[in-house]
Design a protein around this ligand. Sequence first.
Ligand code: 5GP
Length: 210
Amino acid sequence: MTTVFIISAPSGSGKSTLVHRLLKTVPNLAFSISYTTRPPRPTETNGADYIFITRKDFEDRVARGEFLEYAEVFGNYYGTNRETFELATHQGKDLVLDIDVQGARQLKVAIPQAISIFVLPPSKDVLEQRLRSRSQDSEEVIQRRLQGAAEEVQNYTQYDFVLINRDIEEASARLANIVEAERLRKVRMEEEVRPILDSFTDPEEPEEEE
Ligand code: 5GP
């Protein structure tokens, strides 16, 4: 049974770093590579960070019902392909999605058992510093992202977990703990528990007659 972990955060809150570290440290996780119409940043690779496509291509895929969820964020489309979930299930992996609050809402409807985590920066000032220091976006984009963040942070109440990213080491450890604790839930342990319980049943013992 694939567990879906949704991670949302205002951009610049360190979410990408947290997700990269999570995938490195916790085994058996697959990352959902989204489709987007946003142009790639210099550091990004097509097929690894995102699958970069045109607006027309995206709209055709929407019409064909290819997306499990999709949303328009800061003027660009982003979407999760249905096959991503099917592939993770086939591989027996849990799936990590880095998606916005609109997408998270749609995904919770499609997959109600999905676990959602909201990452918060320690403050607006820290968020602004981080957005500027990565200097990948224009001033206009930074301003738009800051305004977006002010609205976005209000949505944390819709999530199962909240992670404040004060320190990357601490936040990474906490994120790994969330994933590992979720995996230990009784419903997800049944397959492992069954043979243990079976080992307690003595095959020699005759069944009681009614
Ligand atoms: P960025 O352009 O900074 O990579 O991402 C902008 C926003 O789009 C982030 O909040 C990110 O989580 C979100 N996003 C990335 N992929 C998807 C997706 O497939 N669906 C949705 N709904 N949002 C996404």
